[in-house]
Ligand binder design. Structure first.
Ligand code: GLU
Length: 304
């Protein structure tokens, strides 16, 4: 398949959407990002790489990090995690409080804020230095030592963290947080602040595109059963209250972040990352969603 020709067609076709939506502004550091940027990288499991535009520009991966922290957490905690976090789509916004109250402090899934805050709490309880372990895991996935946190973004989010503070207080009230609230939030915001390019993200997610890889990622093993479960959660819960829409339009497991990034995987074929900061009202990148819809339409390849 000549993915390069297809990517270039996609880039032309999405231009009418270039000025739609705006970047996330509830995190001050993200509000300062130039919204008119776009990058894409498709990496096949055979090692070919196809890129568009700013595939090397690093951006804030935000909630895409939730897939990586879940992978790390499952490798340490195993099935016990599911006593504290559910596996069902939420059908609600990423930072919604409503279900959490109705469901007695058990978040619907690990890809909404509440669920990932519990994941951060588990990492804090089980690891000596979770920040170090998390970044080493990502560096090992990408074979790239330069990947790092952006402390300005993490601090900027912390300053305005009213909703996430409400979420963690509700979790703590229901005995679903073991550590100090401030410590857990600091780790959660740091994990969201990791900066990666489309090239780096596509490379990292190859581990999820290929169940059969038996690599040791800094002491973390992604078994095929674990990868299967993480991918199914991406399929059902990866896009907040737009998970059904993404599945319908694109037909691949994926995860978005409010930094404008989206990663998706086609099992046994490729991983793909796309980035463009302008978001729709549900918090997903407009050009990114469109580009991925066109990718599976034009290639006539999806998991369905
Ligand atoms: N750090 C962001 C928050 O907690 C992540 C949101 C996202 O990317 O969905 O609001």
């Amino acid at each position: 398949m000549n993915y390069q020709i297809i990517l270039e067609e996609i880039y032309r076709d999405i231009q009418p959407f270039a000025k739609e939506g705006k970047q996330a502004d509830y995190i001050p550091a993200l509000a300062r990002v130039n919204p008119d940027q776009f990058g894409m990288c498709l990496q096949t499991i055979e090692g070919e790489q196809f890129i568009l535009q700013q595939a090397d520009t690093r951006f804030s991966i935000q909630s895409i990090s939730k897939v990586l922290s879940l992978a790390l957490c499952l490798s340490i905690e195993g099935k016990k995690l599911w006593e504290r976090v559910g596996k069902e789509p939420s059908g609600a916004a990423f930072n919604s409080l409503i279900q959490l109250e109705l469901e007695n402090g058990i978040p619907r899934n690990p890809f909404i804020n509440a669920g990932n805050i519990v994941v951060a709490d588990v990492l804090l309880s089980r690891l000596k230095n979770p920040e170090k372990k998390f970044i080493e895991f990502i560096r090992a996935l990408c074979d790239d030592e330069t990947i790092d946190y952006n402390l300005e973004v993490a601090n900027s989010e912390r300053e305005k963290s009213y909703l996430n503070a409400a979420i963690i207080n509700l979790l703590k009230y229901h005995n679903n947080i073991e550590n100090e609230i401030e410590e857990v939030l600091a780790l959660y915001f740091k994990m969201c602040s990791v900066e990666m390019s489309c090239k780096q993200l596509a490379k990292a997610f190859l581990a999820f595109a290929d169940h059969t890889r038996k690599f040791d990622y800094a002491g973390v093993y992604l078994t095929s059963s674990r990868v299967k479960r993480i991918n199914s959660l991406m399929q059902t819960c990866g896009f907040y209250d737009e998970a059904g829409e993404f599945s319908f339009l694109v037909g691949l497991p994926g995860k978005s972040g409010v930094g404008g990034g989206i990663v998706a995987i086609h099992p046994k074929l490729y991983s793909v990352a796309v980035w463009s900061p302008r978001l729709n009202p549900k918090g997903n990148s407009i050009m990114g969603m469109k580009a991925l819809e066109l990718l599976t339409t034009k290639t006539e390849e999806s998991i369905f």
